[in-house]
Design a binder for this molecule. Structure first.
Ligand SMILES: C[S@@+](CC[C@H](N)C(=O)[O-])C[C@H]1O[C@@H](n2cnc3c(N)ncnc32)[C@H](O)[C@@H]1O
Length: 225
C-alpha cells in the first residue's frame, strides 16, 4: 500500500464535503443520503450536477468555479483520486462541491427521485470486453433516470472512438433526444460554441490530457433523458 494513498484516504476522512459510505449501505440500499443533498449537504436548493467516474474531479471543480449557483458532486470508487478535487475545493472555499465514494453500479442507493439535474460522464472506462459494464450504456442510463429530473441532460466526453460510436448507436436505438455530438471537440465544433461553452469544453481532465497527448481526438455527446 503506497503511503501517499494512505495519506489521501486519511485526509478524505477529515473533509465534511467527502462522503464515503460503507459498501454494505450501498448494497442493501440503507444509505441515509437520498433526499439530503440540498438541505443537509449544500444548505440550498440549487441544481445538482454529478460527475460519474470523476477521477481527480476536474469537471466537478471546474464547473463549480464557473457556476457558484449550482452544486456539483464527483463520484468515484477511488478515494485517493478524488482527494485532489476535494483538497482543491477546500483550498478555494468552493462550498458547492462534494465527493462521494461509491460504485456507480449502486448509484441509485445515494440519490432520491428527481434530486439530480444533470450528469457528466468524463472519459469513462471503455470496457471493450463487457458492454454491460459501460457506464454510458442503456442499463446505467436506466439507473440514472431513477434520480434525474425529467428532461435532464447527460454529457459524455471521451477519447475512445469505440465507446463514442457504441454509445451513440445505443442512444439512437433507445430513442433518446441527442442534442449535440461531435467526433472532434476541438475542431470547427469548438469555434461554433458560445464563449461559455468554449470555457466548459476547455476543462481538461487528467485522462483527457493523457489521451490528447497520445493523438486521440476528443469526442462529445449531449442528450436528454
Ligand atoms: C479513465 S478514468 C477517468 C477519470 C476522470 N474522469 C478523467 O477524465 O481523468 C475512469 C474513472 O472511473 C472510475 N470508475 C470506473 N468504473 C467505476 C465504477 N463502476 N464505479 C465508480 N467509479 C468507477 C475509476 O476509478 C476512474 O477514476
Amino acid at each position: 500500500m503506497g503511503k501517499d494513498k494512505l495519506k489521501k484516504w486519511a485526509e478524505n476522512k477529515t473533509f465534511d464535503h467527502v462522503f464515503e459510505p460503507p459498501f454494505e449501505q450501498a448494497f442493501k440500499q440503507e444509505s441515509e443520503l437520498p433526499g439530503t443533498w440540498h438541505e443537509r449537504v449544500f444548505g440550498n436548493d440549487h441544481p445538482i450536477t454529478l460527475e460519474l467516474g470523476c477521477g481527480k474531479g476536474e469537471y466537478t471543480v471546474g464547473l463549480a468555479r464557473m457556476f457558484p449557483q449550482r452544486n456539483f458532486i464527483g463520484v468515484d470508487v477511488k478515494g485517493h483520486r478524488f482527494w485532489r478535487g476535494a483538497r482543491t475545493a477546500r483550498e478555494e472555499e468552493l462550498n458547492n462541491v462534494a465527493f462521494l465514494r461509491a460504485r456507480i453500479e449502486f448509484i441509485t442507493s445515494f440519490f432520491g427521485e428527481g434530486e439530480v439535474d444533470e450528469i457528466w460522464l468524463t472519459f469513462s472506462d471503455p470496457q471493450p470486453r463487457n458492454e454491460k459494464k459501460r457506464i454510458t450504456g442503456p442499463a446505467f442510463i436506466d439507473r440514472y433516470k431513477k434520480f434525474l429530473k425529467s428532461g435532464a441532460t447527460i454529457h459524455i466526453k471521451t477519447d475512445n472512438t469505440g465507446l463514442y460510436e457504441w454509445t451513440l448507436e445505443q442512444l439512437q436505438e433507445q430513442g433518446y433526444e441527442i442534442e449535440e455530438h461531435t467526433p472532434n471537440v476541438y475542431g470547427a465544433y469548438f469555434e461554433s460554441l458560445s464563449p461559455e461553452w468554449q470555457q466548459i469544453m476547455s476543462i481538461r481532465t487528467y485522462y483527457e490530457q493523457k489521451f490528447a497527448e497520445e493523438g486521440e481526438k476528443i469526442k462529445y455527446i449531449q442528450f436528454r433523458i
